[in-house]
Design a protein around this ligand. Sequence first.
Ligand code: GLY
Length: 367
Amino acid sequence: MSNGKLTRRGFFQGMAGVGVAIAAPTYAKAPAGRSEGKPSKAEKAGGRPAYAEAAAGRPFFISTWKHGKPANEKAAEVLTSGGSLLDAVEKGINTAELDPEVMSVGVGARPNEEGILQLDAVIMDGPTHRAGAVAALEQIATPISVARRVMEKTYHTLLAGDGALRFALAEGFEPQQLLTPKALELWMKWKADPKRKQFRRGAPDEKPIIRPDEKQQRPGAHGDDHDTITMAALDAAGNLVAGGSTSGLSWKLSGRVGDVPLLGCGIFVDNTVGAAGATGDGDEMAKFCSSFAIVERMRAGADPQSACEAVLRWMLEVHPENEKIEACVYAANKKGEFGAASIRPGDFTYAVWWPGMSELRTAKSVL
Ligand code: GLY
């Protein structure tokens, strides 16, 4: 269980002493108009239930993309070794930040248009309803940890740019070069291309909505090897914590801040209701406060799956051209019911963890 790498075997050994139940997943009560009970044959064939699934044990972690799986496993390890839920989310997200192969979070991520890495992160604690965030932070490998210090050591919620860096340095974080040779090479290639995609309106090759070249931005066929990490965690007492960390969009303008550190956009928690998180085109998703919108739908009675889908449909109603963007969300409520959705089919791989379960899923799309 060292280095955050929790094997299935190691996991079962680790859990043996803590008396957790290992059981098949259960399914939440279906919303009106849908069948209750287990998923239908068609739903099974699609690999997903039509409505919210419930984690079969606690704690429960849900994170974005394939790097969410080691992050969940690390978070579970931290919690079951006596750490707090905040520790679990912070340390879980640190795994993605410190992995240079994850090219959209922390060390090794793709830089902005000036070749500089500017990172965004956020953490929110359900029981105290407090939060901390950093935006456009340079030189610090673990922005989620700085975000936590903002929450715990200041009366502020969000520090940006140079002020965030100076705060981090005063807190003892070590500045370092975060750009790896691989990321630098990609940036130089982008910079040398006279037809490179840019975020300024009116650029010669501007393609509205689909922003920089998707191949550059998302090398994987379905994008499951990239993008923001956001995580929501639920403990045995029903408390919730969420966090997120990202380098934002590759080749973005200097100073651009995405949805992740904006509370209610990248993540949101209401400890009486649930938590939600997002990943994708943060410029567009921020216009819909997607995580807050999901939590509010759950407060009004929606199950997590329906709430996720409703918000993505709202994004499509307001901006039909959003059918072309990557927009992915997930949610969990206090009962451990959870759901996830993307606008486009096959866009969103997410990771779930509960005792006896650690795996990747593909979210349902609304198109
Ligand atoms: N969702 C990450 C960003 O757009 O900044």
